[in-house]
Design a protein around this ligand. Sequence first.
Ligand SMILES: NC(=O)c1ccc[n+]([C@@H]2O[C@H](COP(=O)([O-])OP(=O)(O)OC[C@H]3O[C@@H](n4cnc5c(N)ncnc54)[C@H](O)[C@@H]3O)[C@@H](O)[C@H]2O)c1
Length: 450
Amino acid sequence: MRVLVIGSGYVGLVAAACFAEAGHSVLGVDVDAAKLEGLQRGEVPIFEPGLEVIFQRHLASGRLAFSTDLRTGIADADAAFICVGTPQSEDGSADLRFVLRVAQQIGAALSLRPKEAPPLIVVDKSTVPVGTAARVHGVIAATGTGRDFEVISNPEFLREGSAIEDFLKPDRVVVGCQSDFAEGVMKALYEPFLKASGGQWFRMDPTSAELTKYAANAMLALRISFINEIARLCESVGADVDYVRAAIGADHRIGSAFLNPGPGFGGSCFPKDLQALLKTGREYGHPLMSLATTVEANRHQKQVVASKIRAYYGVEGGAPAPLAGLHFALWGLAFKAHTDDIRESMSLELIDSLTALGATLTVHDFEAMPAVKAKIGGKVSYADDLIACCEGADALVIATEWPAYKAADLAAVAAKLKAKVMFDGRNLFRPEAMKSAGWTYHSIGRRSVP
Ligand SMILES: NC(=O)c1ccc[n+]([C@@H]2O[C@H](COP(=O)([O-])OP(=O)(O)OC[C@H]3O[C@@H](n4cnc5c(N)ncnc54)[C@H](O)[C@@H]3O)[C@@H](O)[C@H]2O)c1
């Protein structure tokens, strides 16, 4: 199959590389000329475990190529995947500007296809609200080329940090389409992946497919906010959330995934997708009450680590810079481990809160430091080494669950810090162990070690 992948970001690049890995011939497209030139030179612009190897393999094999012009690949493509961003608009809805622009470009290029060519399958892979497949169809049809095409929905469920694994071995593939022909093209594309994973195939109408993606993200976010609320209650009543979540997760009706308390969810998807789903609910006269509470609980949770720090240092309201003179080491800048993505990262909010109170910070991350430097520059100091990051700091704050933080030599950390004080937003250590090692230790949903 010949595949056009429009948008070479986290989703587009992974999809392009994985389709090439499955034996298809792929052209990746992006409007960002600098990014495109880098890709053509063999530079992968994002950190995603396993991506580099597949990318290089198929750049070399010739099954993967890149262009800034989607017309290059439209004439003989079987399917064109739209993988551009759908950021949040001011009113909370998904901003479809980029998607509709691509639709126009596809429409304008469609006449390059031979008249007798089979229908082009235009695939909405970007996360888009219900009705978008119909809108994209309308934009393309308005160009009046007379060439056959069908717009279908194929939402993406990959997780940054394990995107390659998720794409190559999906739990399920959702295809919202009208024709058997479109389903056949998609089956041919995805068959190798489903064979590898034993994942399920779901054909449905485009509207249901569009809603499935939002409903999945909403469900996951709801679980996170739920366990975060239980964690806060644990602290108040003197319970330990680790016991509680392990025991409720053992119930097969509940399961243990997505029951880890933390500093609130961020990232490029949950915050905007929840707002978009809330907006859809309002538009159709069905306000989604549990979702509104999920968002509100998360807004609160994103303040939890900063609140613990303020409480520990006895910060009262009113003083202009109550943390002035205090210096913190911050481990973790990405919104979660195994990615360099800092979109809606809790760490950035924490940096803002602490610097606003007069504190200074030295930060560390394994992959996200370049992105943070580009965004906030000299607002904080940067350390290439996690132990060196702690030099002279009054306390260590942990915001991202990189496994190497959990495995860190805490004696070496303590030797660098001014005091053995830790605010652990990811519950990487057990309070009892920290107590025995003489730490002052604050975490989420467990008793503090004073
Ligand atoms: N990142 C994730 O984990 C994830 C997971 C599932 C679904 N999604 C959804 O997938 C979509 C893409 O997300 P992403 O994280 O890959 O975004 P991204 O910002 O990393 O990448 C989008 C790319 O599209 C390019 N682009 C914009 N307009 C274009 C055009 N007209 N032609 C060609 N390229 C164009 C941009 O330059 C950018 O490189 C979003 O709707 C997102 O919600 C993301």
